[in-house]
Design a binder for this molecule. Structure first.
Ligand code: ADP
Length: 629
């Protein structure tokens, strides 16, 4: 996990968390060296852009003498450590950067830490509300566990995990039972503090009784996981993979994966864990921020060597040994899609609490960093998801003892600039406007997001701006020509590949919990809430016709109190009272089991969802008829 809002750490290398040299490259033909350098710096000024300065200048006219289209505006005032890579991307795209922010709304807001870095009411922002909370070790483990409960085979890419301290005794009991059953089983476990990053506080144990429950860092809530003892080795070293994934939209779900990633290497030859080597972090943990301190760390600008390499270089090597690398990639794509499917339900709960549907607000997208370990048998395993993967394109170098300097890391720059630039190309609001233009022409109304601007006089101004911009842009063909052709010409092909909805057919059956989230959100009601009150829960039961002579409203209240109290005592979020999302999932699964005992588990849940959706649709229909009446 990345440190939240990581600023350059003094006297330490760029975190990968900090990332050093050696990272993904697009195919060589897409980057002829001269063109690459020109593209890298872009046509704009090299120094820091002035506030509100137009990037890529001129006389305001295109080369043909035509008036220039309004440029996409980007507020980079909160970009933090991703600022350098963002600036280069914007120059390449010739978009307009506002490094100090802007009085008027911008098209895009680029945040370094979270959705809340700026107060935004329109445009697009590169963070989803709640994502940082969602990918914390405990929350991620819980979300994946829910999916493992429904689809154990599909979600076997995540190591078996327990949450500490809540499940300490359960963990001990389960391991004791498994050892009794198979005395030859000699497992190792890895303990990771919740919210930790860069390997901080992580340690390996052989027995549950070795967990350090007292004292400083170790008393924090944590996840304990089965340790993957047989990783794939390259040059006898353990390594992991950092992949960049773009969650372009939550509804409808759109996911892109960067074509290449980074491989971060350990710096001591790997041996399976024994009591003797358990503490050797350079052998067991692949974190760059740890291994950089090993005397064996190799900085290399060559993507195929050193302690940080491109993932494609590893795949090439595997391919030359006859490995089916297409299969490895397709397993990785499937891991990414399934993980995001596990995250989306709760993410939607967070999203509606910050941006309730039907209210003005920005739309979101986000670049995520997936950390993946390949096992010896080439099966990819998910280690963690980073909400703020490091986008730094330089690292600190110790020139002489105690003297440090920031030096550019060309490979990081190439990968990260490409990921940011191509993310921006994919969310380009002008392309969106092309779609809206047709709505305007054919139906004579604006896209709902424009409509919302009518809420205040300041935003009304925006409506007319938007309208003018739309009309000024001319018919879509023209816009296509001006924006897509002129700006995209000379840029390399996209480094991000769409995987969803492209492969939706194969994965849609897993999206059951999303539908449970839709029910939960419907009954949450009030803006800013993520927890369901007792009245909301009762209304859910009543409206979905779930109570009967066998299950009275008194039993409903008891169920609500029992589950809510237990989840709240786990003490993740005491700010609000009420039933949290995970508690609702538990209650829902309980109800499904009760009502459809004879069915297999996922079908129990699917049947209850169908049942609830049916009754709510009937109710909505009735209300509509009454309303009309
Ligand atoms: P952090 O956020 O502190 O980096 P990670 O979950 O990424 O925590 O774990 C740190 C490192 O520990 C990983 O990069 C990986 O090398 C190793 N690791 C983590 N989980 C496992 C596991 N279940 N099996 C084997 N190695 C693991």
């Amino acid at each position: 996990m990345e440190p939240p809002g990581a600023l350059p750490r003094p006297r330490s290398p760029a975190p990968e968390a900090a990332e050093p040299p050696g990272s993904p490259a697009l195919p060589a033909e897409e980057h002829p060296p001269a063109a690459q350098e020109a593209k890298r710096r872009g046509p704009g000024p090299q120094g820091p852009a002035e506030c509100g300065a137009r990037v890529g200048a001129g006389d305001g006219r295109e080369p043909g003498g035509r008036a220039r289209r309004p440029r996409v505006t980007v507020d980079s005032s909160k970009a933090k450590t991703s600022l350098e890579a963002l600036k280069i991307s914007l120059r390449q795209l010739r978009w307009k950067e506002f490094p100090c922010g802007r009085r008027l709304p911008c098209d895009i807001y680029w945040h370094g830490v979270s959705f809340h870095d700026n107060d935004i009411f329109s445009g697009q922002v590169n963070k989803f509300p709640g994502m940082t909370e969602m990918v914390r070790k405990i929350t991620l483990s819980r979300a994946v566990r829910t999916m493992q409960y429904l689809f154990p085979l599909e979600y076997n890419f995540y190591p078996r995990s327990w949450i500490l301290p809540d499940e300490s005794s359960f963990f001990e009991k389960e391991i004791r039972m498994m050892k009794d059953r198979d005395p030859s089983w000699k497992p190792t476990f890895i303990v990771k503090p919740d919210g930790g990053c860069q390997g901080d506080g992580i340690y390996l144990i052989k027995d549950p009784s070795d967990i350090r429950l007292t004292g400083g860092l170790q008393s924090r809530p944590a996840v304990v996981q089965e340790y993957i003892c047989k990783p794939l080795l390259v040059d006898k070293l353990k390594f992991d993979i950092r992949l960049y994934v773009l969650l372009k939209s939550l509804e409808p779900l759109e996911i892109y994966i960067a074509k290449d990633g980074l491989s971060r290497f350990c710096t001591e030859p790997y041996q399976e864990p024994t009591l003797k080597n358990l503490h050797q972090v350079f052998m067991h943990l692949t974190n760059y921020s740890l291994n950089i301190h090993s005397g064996n760390f190799i900085h290399s600008d060559n993507a195929n060597t050193g302690s940080k390499r491109t993932f494609s270089s590893i795949l090439c090597r595997l391919s030359s040994k006859g490995v089916d690398v297409k299969k490895v990639w397709s397993d990785i794509i499937s891991l990414v899609i399934k993980t995001i499917i596990a995250l989306t339900p709760e993410l939607k709960v967070y999203y509606q609490s910050d941006i309730p549907s039907g209210k003005p607000g920005p739309t979101c997208f986000q670049i995520l960093g997936f950390d993946i370990l390949l096992m010896k048998n080439l099966k990819p395993m998910l280690l963690e998801v980073n909400a703020n993967p490091s986008m730094r394109i330089e690292h600190e170098k110790e020139l002489s003892p105690g003297v440090f300097e920031n030096v550019p890391s060309p490979v990081d720059e190439e990968v990260k600039v490409a990921v940011i630039r191509d993310t921006l190309r994919l969310v380009d609001p002008h392309k969106q406007k092309k779609k809206d233009y047709w709505i305007l022409q054919e139906h004579g109304y604006y896209k709902t997001s424009f409509f919302f601007f009518c809420c205040s006089s300041q935003t009304l101004e925006h409506v007319s701006d938007a309208k003018e911009e739309l009309l000024d842009a001319g018919p879509p063909e023209r816009l296509d020509h001006d924006v897509s052709t002129a700006l995209e010409a000379g840029l390399p092909s996209l480094c991000l590949k769409q995987v969803f909805p492209k492969y939706a057919k194969q994965f849609n059956y897993l999206r059951l919990v999303d539908r449970v989230a839709a029910l939960f959100i419907r009954f949450l009601g009030v803006k800013g809430t993520t927890k369901l009150g007792p009245t909301g829960f009762r209304t859910f039961i009543r409206n979905c016709k779930l109570s009967n002579s066998n299950f009275s409203m008194a039993s409903v209240d008891i169920l609500y109190i029992d589950i809510t109290r237990r989840w709240n005592s786990m003490g993740i979020d005491h700010k609000e009272s009420g039933m949290c999302w995970q508690a609702f999932v538990e209650a829902f699964f309980f109800l499904a089991q009760k009502k459809y005992k004879s069915l297999p588990l996922p079908e129990q849940v699917a049947s209850l969802i169908d049942f609830c959706e049916y009754h709510l649709a009937v109710l909505d229909e009735k209300r509509l008829v009454c309303g009309r009446g």
